[in-house]
Write a protein that binds this ligand. Structure first.
Ligand code: HSE
Length: 305
């Protein structure tokens, strides 16, 4: 009988405000993916939870496409030509919580374990970034914690660190999806130098303050002018939700990834912050729910082999 591998992979939030395409954080919300590689051709995909009924279960399935790329890279695509994949999804789709990164990383990690770990995490980061297009969601899904990433000549580099502040990640999840493509299409090709300077300072201060545990310097560190102002039109009431989060006690607040989720960063009063964000969305006729998450320290890990 073929070996089955089960992986748990965290949701992720990219950008964290100023760190467009380079910062990310793993959250305590998960997908599980169980993989059985098969020698016979054909894929069977079963999905429970988020995306069931919407995610393709045939050859187009992203987890399966990721596994196929992995198999080609390790030259095992002639040996394993099919798979049985079971997904139990807790990460909502197209909301800015890294559902595609979770599918890609869960699938790659499962295939890697099934074949005796030919790649380390850096190797998986390369394949995952090739599939996703940028590393800011896949890196925290692989490493856990907060991650800082860049791509040099097509090669991603990421490191992960844990904040020295007990941060709660308060996420307001609106009831509408937003495609990353639409959110990226809203961005300008060029930005003013003063906006670049604004973000560089804040991204640097955010990483430093989190790593050192200096809460005082987080006050302006989640602000951004490189992407959020251009995307605000896609999320009704976004800046009112930001204000509601700050006024009710959040340290900072930002779009989660390409949205439409809004993530507030808090050390206390997390539920109150979440309620205020949901209420602010409601004033703009957007139904939303709030969840309070923590920073997940682990990247994708084996649940059962
Ligand atoms: N950094 C990406 C963006 C995250 O904001 O478009 C979503 O994939």
């Amino acid at each position: 009988m073929e070996k089955s591998v089960k992986i748990r992979v965290p949701a992720t939030s990219a950008n964290c405000g100023p760190g467009f395409d380079c910062l990310g954080v793993a959250c305590t919300m998960y997908n599980e993916l169980a993989l059985t590689l098969k020698k016979e051709p054909g894929v069977e995909v079963q999905i429970e939870g988020e995306g069931a009924g919407n995610i393709p279960t045939d050859e187009r399935n992203l987890a399966w496409r990721s596994i196929q790329m992995f198999l080609r890279r390790v030259k095992a695509s002639d040996t394993y030509r099919g798979a049985f994949i079971r997904m139990k999804n807790g990460v909502p789709l197209s909301r800015g919580l890294g559902s595609s990164a979770a599918a890609i990383v869960g699938a790659l990690k499962a295939a890697n374990v099934a074949l005796g770990n030919p790649y380390d995490r850096r190797g998986l980061l390369q394949i995952a970034t090739d599939l996703e297009g940028h590393p800011d969601n896949v890196a925290p899904a692989i490493y856990g914690g907060f991650t800082v990433s860049l791509v040099q000549d097509g090669i991603p580099e990421s490191f992960s660190f844990l904040p020295r502040i007990a941060l709660k990640l308060v996420v307001a999840i609106p009831d509408f999806p937003l495609s990353t493509k639409a959110a990226r299409d809203a961005l300008p090709v060029n930005v003013p130098m003063k906006d670049a300077v604004f973000n560089v300072g804040r991204a640097a201060m955010l990483v430093g303050a989190l790593a050192k545990g200096n809460e005082m310097f987080l006050r302006h560190a989640f602000e951004d002018v490189l992407h959020q102002p251009y995307r605000a039109k896609l999320i009704p009431g976004m800046y009112d939700v930001f204000d509601a989060a700050r006024e009710s006690g959040a340290l900072g607040v930002a779009m989660s990834g390409a949205g439409p989720c809004i993530m507030a960063y808090a050390t206390e009063r997390a539920e109150i912050v979440g309620d205020a964000m949901v209420e602010a969305f409601r004033r703009h006729e957007v139904e939303a729910r709030a969840v309070v998450l923590g920073v997940e320290e682990r990247g994708a890990y084996i649940v059962k082999e």
